[in-house]
Design a protein around this ligand. Sequence first.
Ligand SMILES: *[C@@H]1O[C@H](CO)[C@@H](O)[C@H](O)[C@H]1NC(C)=O
Ligand SMILES: *[C@@H]1O[C@H](CO)[C@@H](O)[C@H](O)[C@H]1NC(C)=O
Ligand SMILES: *[C@@H]1O[C@H](CO)[C@@H](O)[C@H](O)[C@H]1NC(C)=O
Ligand SMILES: *[C@@H]1O[C@H](CO)[C@@H](O)[C@H](O)[C@H]1NC(C)=O
Ligand SMILES: *[C@@H]1O[C@H](CO)[C@@H](O)[C@H](O)[C@H]1NC(C)=O
Ligand SMILES: *[C@@H]1O[C@H](CO)[C@@H](O)[C@H](O)[C@H]1NC(C)=O
Ligand SMILES: *[C@@H]1O[C@H](CO)[C@@H](O)[C@H](O)[C@H]1NC(C)=O
Ligand SMILES: *[C@@H]1O[C@H](CO)[C@@H](O)[C@H](O)[C@H]1NC(C)=O
Ligand SMILES: *[C@@H]1O[C@H](CO)[C@@H](O)[C@H](O)[C@H]1NC(C)=O
Length: 257
Amino acid sequence: MRLFRLLALAVVGTVLAQDTFDDRQVDSDDSFDVTRGSDRHNKTRTGPHPNASSEPTILKCIEIRELTRLINIANNATRLNRTTHGDATKAAAIKAEASKAAPTLNDLKGNSTLVASCQQFFAHEDMVERCVRMHYYERLEKLAANATLLDHKFHGDAARISAVKAEATADASKLSRLSSNATLTQFCAARRDHARCLELEKLQKEVDKAQNATSTRGGAGADKTHKGQAEASSAAARLDALKSNTTLVNYCNSHRE
Ligand SMILES: *[C@@H]1O[C@H](CO)[C@@H](O)[C@H](O)[C@H]1NC(C)=O
Ligand SMILES: *[C@@H]1O[C@H](CO)[C@@H](O)[C@H](O)[C@H]1NC(C)=O
Ligand SMILES: *[C@@H]1O[C@H](CO)[C@@H](O)[C@H](O)[C@H]1NC(C)=O
Ligand SMILES: *[C@@H]1O[C@H](CO)[C@@H](O)[C@H](O)[C@H]1NC(C)=O
Ligand SMILES: *[C@@H]1O[C@H](CO)[C@@H](O)[C@H](O)[C@H]1NC(C)=O
Ligand SMILES: *[C@@H]1O[C@H](CO)[C@@H](O)[C@H](O)[C@H]1NC(C)=O
Ligand SMILES: *[C@@H]1O[C@H](CO)[C@@H](O)[C@H](O)[C@H]1NC(C)=O
Ligand SMILES: *[C@@H]1O[C@H](CO)[C@@H](O)[C@H](O)[C@H]1NC(C)=O
Ligand SMILES: *[C@@H]1O[C@H](CO)[C@@H](O)[C@H](O)[C@H]1NC(C)=O
C-alpha cells in the first residue's frame, strides 16, 4: 500500500499523459519537447545523483517511460516527422538524444525489481487516467441530456449546444467501454470514496476551527469578514451534505489510517 500512496502523488500532473509503459499510442499527438528531453537526459548524467540507482523508484519509472518514448519516436519515421513538423534539424537532434538515451534505458531495464515496480506503477496510473476520462464522459452525457442545464450553461447558444450533444454522442461508446469494466469502476469508486473522506476530514477541521474561534471570548480570532463568513458557512453546508450520507461516513470510519 505504501507504494500506492507514493504513486498517487506521482500521478498528479501526469494523469492525462497518454503514453503507457510499452508506449502504446492512444490519442497522443507526439508532442515532445526536445529541450526538455535533453535537459532531463543531462540531469541524469550530471545531476546531483549521477548513479541512477540512488533515485526513488517512481522517478526512475518516469525516466524509463520518457526514454522509451524518446527512442520510439526517434525510431519511427512517421512519428518523428509529426513530432518535428518535418524539421530535419530537430529530427536529427532527437535521434542524437535517443542514441545517448539507449544505454541509460538499458541499465534501468536491467533491474528486474525496478521493471516490475514500474509495471505496477504504470498500470495504476493508467487506471487513474481512465477514471478521469470516464468521469468526464459521464458529466458530458449528463449535461447533454439536460436541456435546462445546457441552456443555462451556454446561454441558449444553439450551435454550442448542438456541438456538446454531438460530442456526447461521439463519446458514448468510449464511456460504455470504460463503464462496463467492473475492475475499473470499482477502482474509481474506491478512489472517489477515499477523496471524499479526505474532504470530509478537511471540512470538519475547518468547521471546528471556525466554531472554536467564534466561541472564544468576544469571538477573537473569528473571521468576521463577509468572505470569511461565507466560506465558513459553505464549508459547513458541504460538510453536512457529506455527513448525511451514512454509507460514506461508515466507509470513512472503517478506512481511517
Ligand atoms: C548537456 O550537457 C553537455 C555537457 O555538460 C552540454 O554541453 C550540453 O549543452 C547540455 N545540453 C543541454 C540541452 O543542456
Ligand atoms: C551505482 O549503481 C550500481 C548499479 O547500477 C551499483 O552496483 C553501485 O553500487 C552504485 N554505486 C554507488 C556509488 O551508489
Ligand atoms: C533496482 O531497483 C530497485 C527499485 O528502484 C532499487 O531499490 C534497487 O536498489 C535497484 N538495484 C540496483 C542493483 O540498482
Ligand atoms: C509508427 O508510428 C505510426 C503512427 O503512430 C504507427 O501507426 C506505426 O504503426 C508505427 N510504426 C512502427 C513500425 O511502429
Ligand atoms: C513531414 O511533415 C511535414 C509537415 O508536417 C509534411 O508536410 C510532410 O509531408 C511529412 N513528410 C513525410 C515523409 O511524412
Ligand atoms: C437538470 O439540471 C438542473 C440544473 O442543474 C437540475 O436542477 C435538474 O435536476 C437536472 N435534471 C435532470 C433530469 O437531471
Ligand atoms: C478492465 O480494467 C482492468 C484494470 O485496468 C484491465 O486490467 C482490464 O484489461 C480491463 N478489461 C477489459 C475487458 O478491458
Ligand atoms: C480551539 O481553541 C483552543 C484555544 O484557543 C485551541 O487550543 C484548540 O487547538 C482549538 N481547536 C481547534 C480545533 O482549532
Ligand atoms: C453516499 O456515499 C456512497 C459512497 O461514497 C456513494 O456510493 C453514494 O452514491 C452516496 N449517496 C448519495 C445519495 O450521494
